[in-house]
Structure formats: C-alpha cells, structure tokens
Design a protein around this ligand. Structure first.
Ligand code: URA
Ligand code: SF4
Length: 211
C-alpha cells in the first residue's frame, strides 16, 4: 500500500469549521490534489446535530467546490425530505476531499474512480476534525468508503445498514447509522430502483429517529 504523508500536517491550529475549510484548500496530504480542480470541504451549519458523510466529490462537486450538488446530491435531497430531515439542519461532507477520476484524454469525460484505502486514511484527519468541531449527535455514513473510514475495513454496510451504532475514536462519541451511497441507488436497475430507494429512506428514518 502506498503510504501518503496524510493531511495531519495541514490542519490549522484553530479548529473551527471555517478555519479547517480554509486550510484544506492547500492540503497536499496525498496525490489527489494534483489532478482535481479544488478541495471540496464539508458544508452546512457548524451547529448541525446530524453530519452526513459521503465518499468523495464527483465531477460536478469538483467543478463547483461544494459537496453533493450533482446527481447523487439530487437523490439525497429527495430522500432527506421523504425521511423528514430538513437539509438546512445537516452538515454534509465526504471521507475524501478531492475528486479521483480517470480520463482517456484531456477534454474527455472524467470517470469517477474509487479512492484507495491509503487515500481514505490520508484524508481522515479532516473528517475527524470536522466531527470534533461540530460534535453532532448522529453521523450518517453513506456507503462503504465513509463507513470503513470510521469503523475500519472489516465493516460491511450490507450487514449493518440501518443499525444505530456508536462511533469509535472520538471524545463524546456520536451515534452512527450506515447506509448505502445514493449513487448506488441510482445504479440499481429500473425494476428494483423504487425498492432500493425506499430502503435508503428507511435507513434515513432511523437516522432521524436517533436524533
Ligand atoms: N458522491 C459523494 O460521495 N459525495 C459527493 O459530494 C458527491 C457524490
Ligand atoms: Fe488532502 Fe484529502 Fe485532498 Fe488528499 S484527498 S490532498 S488528504 S484533502
């Protein structure tokens, strides 16, 4: 496994969300900063009782500099509404803050590539610092990358989704609920997508009830 220096040295002394966001713009803790447009840090109120963690920014997020503004974000917004969660009270972020992609040639479509374990580990200090600054009551983990960043690589979303867990490794640990990533719901074939969506909303209702 490639070992990156990691984000730790780029964290500012002042640990407010605003200070973290500013400092994250200059992070070079792994190789992903090199090809991406910009760091996409978390967004939302720093008094959020709920933090949602995705995988990493996609193509749209990379261009706009904001998390969950593309197709996954659209589905997430709809599911939050259906689960009775007000998006304005939520802080949304990702396990990895730079977009990883492959591209056959310059100008061609950029295709999402899953971040490596070492990149997830390298970026984890930002996520932990966000959680420490916000101290939410509940953390919603969207997909395996987010869940495994915080629970370790043995964690299986398929086995544990919708359970109320306690997050390890933090003072005053928040509750955590893992579920699938919204992009996984979008990829389900037409015939089964409604069911997958309903199951996703059901997990978000568990989140809502845990609040
Ligand atoms: N997928 C994610 O995991 N995060 C985003 O911000 C967008 C898509
Ligand atoms: Fe830093 Fe994370 Fe970007 Fe890597 S992905 S450069 S650790 S912010």
């Amino acid at each position: 496994m490639v070992r990156y220096e990691g984000a730790e040295d780029y964290l500012p002394r002042d640990r407010t969300v605003t200070a973290l966001r500013e400092a994250s713009a200059d992070c070079r803790g792994c190789d992903l900063f090199a090809d991406a447009t910009q760091t996409v840090f978390g967004e939302g109120t720093d008094r959020a009782r709920l933090v949602l963690v995705g995988e990493m920014p996609g193509d749209r997020e990379d261009r706009e500099g904001r998390p969950f503004v593309g197709p996954s974000g659209g589905l997430l917004d709809r599911a939050l509404t259906d689960a009775g969660i007000d998006r304005d009270t939520v802080y949304v972020t990702n396990a990895v803050k730079h977009f990883r992609f492959t591209q056959e040639e310059k100008g061609k479509r950029r295709i999402h590539k899953k971040p490596s374990r070492s990149q997830v580990v390298a970026c984890k200090p930002w996520l932990l610092a966000e959680l420490d600054a916000i101290r939410p009551d509940v953390v919603g983990l969207l997909g395996a990358t987010a869940a495994q960043s915080l629970f370790g690589t043995d964690f299986r979303v398929s086995a544990r989704r919708g359970e109320v867990l306690e997050l390890p490794g933090l003072d005053d640990p928040p509750l955590a609920v893992a579920t699938v990533h919204p992009s996984a719901v979008l990829r389900v074939p037409d015939a089964d997508r409604d069911r997958a969506y309903t199951e996703f909303v059901d997990d978000l209702r568990v989140v809502s009830a845990a609040l």
